[in-house]
Write a protein that binds this ligand. Structure first.
Ligand code: MLT
Length: 316
């Protein structure tokens, strides 16, 4: 079975797919005029950041499965794929610890001004006075928006720092929160009011676009910490900029609305980046996550070939 990979595939996945008898063809992106000839017979497409819009699907006439090597599937037109009988599948949870580690890193960096301190020193400036002091995390309340694999990994790590964790998600109940050892917030306003710091862990879809806006920020304490490792589209950018400027919100951002979908590219939103500690969507970029995702991708491809049904099927 032919597999087309539109992003650089981890060596473990390449070897695993090869050992399982798949033929893997690597290409850079999915530009219509730039597909390798083998794309015409590819039955599985593996992507990481590359967008899969509906326009590309007719160029892949044999395609039966789009496999996202990661959790989010907002880069794939799942409805258009379904309309053509193409399954979509992902590797949820496999990079959860890596993303939570990044969220924790941004939380600490935003509180302790680690990036600004580095920048100042590189400029030859000793900015101990100007960079002020952090709030300190021990005993502070961390509000989690979303409580899936990444949110719960973040809860465990924050509890290791002796933070109090409060969570809200569409499916969380007081009972399931109690079982998970976190406090329950009935809605986002309640979560914002109770939190010293916020970390976002929801998928990006129609329901979560601009979920975090002006009213959420207005409910946060001035000087609160705010971390986003989920998707930029979940946050109203104007409201975020306003909260940073007018309420001294300290933001740590790994994701941006409309961010590039290729490894190296110019970045447009320098206005926001100048006001936050940030990284270019590196949350899942660890050796451990790459290995776990690679193993899961091989498992999915093998099971799909054997049964015709992809595990972790994503629906519209
Ligand atoms: C995910 O969707 O799994 C994470 O955001 C990481 C990534 O996109 O690579």
């Amino acid at each position: 079975m032919m597999v087309l990979s539109a992003d650089k595939l981890d060596g473990l996945a390449l070897r695993g797919l090869g050992a399982a008898g798949f033929t893997v063809v690597q290409c850079q992106g999915l530009a219509p005029g730039n597909l390798p000839v083998q794309a015409a017979t590819a039955e599985i497409l593996i992507v990481r950041s590359t967008l899969v819009p509906k326009e590309i699907l007719p160029q892949l006439p044999a395609l039966k499965l789009i496999l996202r090597a990661g959790a989010g599937t907002d880069t794939i037109d799942v409805a258009a794929a379904a309309a053509r009988g193409i399954q979509v599948s992902n590797t949820p949870g496999r990079n959860a610890d890596a993303v939570a580690e990044m969220a924790l890193g941004l939380l600490l960096a935003a509180d302790r001004r680690i990036a600004e301190g580095t920048w100042a020193l590189r400029q030859g400036k000793w900015a101990k006075g100007a960079l002020g002091q952090g709030m300190g995390l021990k005993g502070r309340s961390l509000g989690l928006v979303g409580f899936g694999a990444v949110g719960s990994a973040m809860a465990r790590k924050a509890q290791g720092l002796e933070m109090k964790v409060i969570a809200w998600s569409r499916s969380l109940t007081p009972e399931s929160a109690r079982d998970a050892g976190v406090a329950y917030a009935a809605n986002l306003d309640e979560l914002a009011r109770a939190s010293d710091a916020i970390s976002l862990h929801v998928a990006s879809n129609g329901e979560t676009r601009n979920l975090i806006g002006a009213s959420f920020f207005a409910n946060l304490k001035p000087g609160a910490l705010f971390v986003n490792t989920s998707r930029g589209e979940v946050v109203d950018r104007t409201a975020l900029l306003d909260a940073i400027r007018s309420r001294a919100l300290r933001a740590g951002l790994d994701v941006f609305a409309g961010e590039p979908k290729v490894p190296e590219a110019p970045f447009a939103d320098v206005e926001l980046a100048a006001l936050a500690v940030c990284t270019p969507h590196l949350g899942a970029s660890t050796d451990q996550a790459a290995e776990a995702v690679a193993r899961e991708a091989v498992r999915i491809a093998v099971e799909f070939r054997e049964t015709g049904m992809a595990p972790n099927a994503v629906t519209v």
